[in-house]
Design a protein around this ligand. Structure first.
Ligand code: SAM
Length: 213
């Protein structure tokens, strides 16, 4: 993702803690209180500009969504979307997913979404891929038993790598699609990247990977 310098982003984020949660480590184990209900919590890691979490929250009012994004200059666009949408069941965290266990207690998360994650094609950057084994361990630590990762990408190399990584870790693979937009999958909500790449004619790959714990 190309990053634009937005000097005002930091101020805007700190002015809207009801959407971009300030000090999220203090919410660990207490997200039900933050949302005011005990509905399941689904997170998107690498949420980008927030279209997916916002539209998922609109379509599924009985699920709470949290979008996690590293860069202020990107998450500020997701924040604009949330301000506009005025939905009670979606929030954002401006944090590095490497620290997920600082923000969520064991079993606090019902599902992890990974959409169009950065491919990091060089071998020496493997550890940065959000489907690398260290991340799979973090997701396992915060997910409910038998929790799932739902993963979409246009990148064949990352998809193949991720299938191997999931399998090696012992995850059970379900509903694998090598061409999501020409499959019978219903209710797909598109991300910004998905719209961009599918408009260029690229195939979208999708899989659900379930922990066997
Ligand atoms: N999911 C969105 C979509 O499909 O349109 C955005 C995809 S974009 C290629 C990947 C995003 O993941 C970027 O905004 C990047 O900053 C974020 N990201 C990558 N590694 C991350 C990490 N360790 N923690 C939080 N966000 C991360």
């Amino acid at each position: 993702m190309r990053l634009r310098h937005k000097p005002w982003a930091s101020e805007k984020i700190s002015e809207n803690p009801q959407y971009v949660v300030a000090q999220p480590e203090e919410k660990k184990g207490k997200w039900d209180k933050e949302f005011g209900n005990d509905n399941p919590i689904h997170i998107e890691v690498g949420t980008g500009k927030g279209q997916f979490v916002t539209e998922m929250a609109r379509a599924n009012p009985d699920v709470n969504y949290i979008g996690i994004e590293l860069y202020e200059s990107v998450i500020v666009t997701a924040l604009d979307r949330l301000i506009e949408a005025e939905l009670p069941n979606v929030k954002l965290l401006n944090v590095d997913a490497r620290n997920l266990t600082d923000f969520f207690a064991s079993g606090e998360v019902g599902r992890v979404y990974l959409n169009f994650s950065d491919p990091w094609p060089k071998n020496r950057h493997e550890k940065r891929r959000l489907t690398y084994e260290n991340f799979l361990k973090l997701y396992e630590d915060i997910l409910i038993k038998g929790g799932e990762i739902h993963f979409k990408t246009d990148n064949q190399g990352l998809f193949e790598y991720s299938l191997k990584s999931f399998s090696w870790y012992g995850l059970h693979l379900k509903f694998l699609s090598l061409d999501l937009h020409n499959s019978d999958f219903e209710g797909n909500i598109m991300t910004e990247y998905e719209e961009k790449f599918s408009a260029k004619g690229q195939r979208i790959y999708r899989v659900e990977a379930q922990y066997q714990n």
